[in-house]
Design a binder for this molecule. Structure first.
Ligand SMILES: *Cc1c(COP(=O)(O)O)cnc(C)c1O
Length: 495
């Protein structure tokens, strides 16, 4: 019997894992969720001896049951290979009283690579299984990290094309350079005059345009999504929490069954939701600590039970967490309501209408393993300075938010339970903020000079992703108005 997926907003939609991955979003606007949480297929003590790829297979086969063993193992083998700069794929590093789970060793040096390295293989396998013969067109809006990771994953993958829209003046210089130098005949990168919300709204509009869908379908295309609303991004993210537990066992930090806490710098709530899924599979996780930057809508939510996006949007030095509507929270709401699709749909309706909703006592109780914290910009920079000063270990700004939240609010309360902090980006990706946090004198330097300085003070080898863009030619220079997105997609498809 296959594990089926249903929508968070209605009870009558049921699809297999491969169909859910192919579609991305449920037709009623909800997100696909598994009908139950499968258990880990091995006793936890066995995790200590398992490689990343073995762990990935053990976890993913429980969720993606309509993939054959052969198919899934092939996807895993091709995803987690030499693209990563360490055979451990996701090393766990002990520094200053916590464990940093480094999720940035993939092709684009942010944690999005953990899932977007495998999603293209899962997607093309799903197309074959479901006899989808149309070319799959991935539409993506990005504030920086998802765009490049999706481009790297889908570049030159047969049967797919990918279009990425980014806010022309809303990404870091390194992020922009990474995207506009992307190779691959099936890739298209477009800057828009507007912000990330405009890009996201534009993409959603293209997705829901039935007339456009019919037209491109007649031309042999279908749309899909590479953002974290796709369950095909969530499932691969469960793996590294299970793998981290195995490393703590192997290193003798934990005995099988002892709990670990996780601390996750959060934006769209995908990464921490994957930890929640891992816990529900039976992995001994104690607290799930959700760390926000100054856009602390989630902190307020976990403190008060009220979600309220009616507030100022703040631009911070951790831009991938600058978000006021965390899409994946919908999946937690659904689970916490006892899988009540009607109740979830009502709350999401309220959010759309008023920008706000309140949990019931029962739902809040069902979320008691979660705790929220936040770090201001000053606290974030102070944490980078503190950890570098104490142990010479350099955090990126996003990881520093989580580290600050843990060390200022939670470390004492957590006693002997080890904390695994998700380290979501290489400091090289945010070199300017990181270096000026360590010493304000760096503020006057050029971006690539800062890269060399960072190498000088950290000794961490400069990642290939950075070396590549130093001299790479710009291949994408289209910039459009935000109401020209449909025309741009049509032009690309006519190519
Ligand atoms: C995307 C991203 C996050 C936020 O992850 P979510 O799954 O959206 O909560 C945090 N840090 C970095 C560096 C990211 O790219």
């Amino acid at each position: 019997m296959d594990l089926m997926y249903n929508s968070t907003r209605s009870t009558d939609i049921q699809v297999t894992a491969s169909q859910a991955i192919l579609k991305g979003l449920a037709p009623d606007g909800g997100l696909f969720v598994p009908e139950l949480f499968p258990a880990l297929p091995v006793p936890v003590e066995d995790l200590a001896g398992m490689s990343y790829q073995e762990t990935a297979y053990a976890v993913m086969k429980q969720f993606l049951t309509d993939y054959t063993e052969d198919e899934l193992k092939r996807c895993i083998r091709r995803a987690y290979d030499g693209k990563f700069d360490t055979p451990q794929i996701a090393p766990l590093v002990s520094a200053g009283g916590a464990y940093y789970l480094e999720l940035f060793h993939g092709a684009t040096i942010a944690f999005k690579d953990m899932a977007l390295s495998i999603l293209p293989y899962l997607m093309t396998t799903a197309a074959k299984k479901n006899h989808e013969t149309k070319e799959i067109v991935i539409l993506t809006a990005t504030s920086g990290d998802t765009g490049k990771a999706a481009l790297a994953g889908f570049a030159d993958v047969p049967g797919t094309r990918i279009v990425v829209f980014y806010p022309k003046n809303g990404v870091s210089p390194i992020q922009e350079k990474q995207m506009v130098t992307q190779k691959g005949a099936n890739t298209c990168v477009i800057g828009i005059h507007g912000n990330f919300d405009d890009a996201q709204a534009g993409v959603k509009k293209l997705f829901s345009d039935k007339r456009l869908e019919a037209e491109i379908s007649a031309e042999g295309f279908c749309f899909s999504s590479a953002n974290s609303i796709n369950i095909g991004r969530l499932v691969p993210q469960i793996v590294y929490y299970v793998y981290a537990y195995g490393r703590l066992l192997a290193d003798g930090v934990l005995k099988a069954g002892d709990p670990m806490n996780v601390v996750v710098p959060t934006g769209n709530f995908g990464n921490i939701l994957a930890a929640f899924y891992a816990k529900n599979m039976g992995l001994p996780i104690g607290k799930l600590i959700c760390a926000s930057n100054e856009n602390k809508v989630l902190y307020d939510f976990f403190e008060t039970g009220v979600y309220d996006r009616n507030r100022e949007f703040i631009l911070t030095s951790s831009p991938s967490m600058d978000i006021l509507i965390s899409s994946n929270l919908e999946r937690l709401i659904y689970h916490a309501s006892g899988r009540d699709a009607a109740k979830n749909a009502a709350l999401m309706g309220e959010l759309a209408r008023t920008g706000r909703y309140a949990l019931t006592e029962e739902m809040a109780a069902a979320m008691r393993d979660f705790a929220g914290g936040y770090a201001t910009e000053e606290q974030t920079f102070a944490e980078i300075r503190r950890v570098y000063g104490q142990c010479g270990y350099v955090l990126d700004t996003h990881t520093a938010v989580a580290s600050s939240v843990y060390h200022t609010g939670f470390a004492q309360k957590c006693g002997d339970v080890p904390a695994v902090i998700a380290s979501t980006a290489s400091p090289y990706k945010f070199a300017r903020s990181v270096m000026t946090a360590i010493d304000p004198r760096y503020a006057g330097m050029e971006d690539f000079a800062l890269i060399d300085e960072l190498y000088g003070i950290s000794g961490i080898r400069i990642p290939r992703a950075i070396e590549e863009i130093r001299t790479a030619p710009v291949l994408h220079d289209t910039v459009i108005e935000k109401d020209e997105m449909e025309a741009a997609v049509r032009r690309f498809l006519a190519r």
